[in-house]
Design a protein around this ligand. Sequence first.
Ligand code: HEC
Length: 223
Amino acid sequence: MGVYSKPVLFAVLSAAVILVGTVVTVFIPMLMPSTQPVSDYVKPYTAVELEGRDLYIREGCNNCHTQTVRPLRTEVLRYGEYSKPEEFAYDRPFLWGSRRTGPDLNRVGGKYPDSWHYKHMQSPQGMFEKSNMPPYGWLAEARLDTRYTRKKISILGYGYSPDEVSAQIEAYKAKVTDAAYESKQSRDEVTPEELRGELTEMDAIIAYMQKLGRDVKNLEAER
Ligand code: HEC
């Protein structure tokens, strides 16, 4: 007979077992530093990169793109070094994704110049005839909204002061609107004249693309 014939006791005991199991496998690891690796080489997103990341979420890019290179030979050959846990320390929420209609983007930073991205976002089919990625040219027709950037950065705890955030926005604006910007021609082709002196949503999403995997590539270059 034993415990099987005593439903209440059985329920209490099984609840206790599940509770202990949950605490041991979920909550204790959650508080252990080794499960939350932070490394100096991974830098938080700058103001413009963070805005680009939010646009990436708004546009649902992660429905077609993953952001994690698995430690498999074929993946490493195709995309580069596989993803490490510490790379996602500043990702809230993470965007690993589960569908690869398009290629993984975790190592796309630095793979192409900005000019490539302006052209590709405007017309993916212009670069790859059979691409089923939708065109996003209208992102260049929208001025980047930076009203909440300071607030977002302080909530995420990236450690930039409000002045640093403003300086980052101004610096990126100065970079892309400069007459000597190396991707000026492509940017001008997709950006309406009245917005060429401003930051657009397209500028931000490209800044974000160029950040993906860059810290890892920089680390490898130093070695
Ligand atoms: C319907 C699925 C789909 C959506 C949504 C989508 N993409 Fe793509 N994307 C693709 C496919 C397929 C490719 C490969 C062909 C190509 O480059 O156009 C691709 C390629 C890319 C590449 C080039 C990657 C490389 O390594 O060559 C980038 C960058 C990119 N997409 C960014 C984005 C961004 C940013 C968004 C959201 C604004 C987005 N994609 C939304 C399907 C998608």
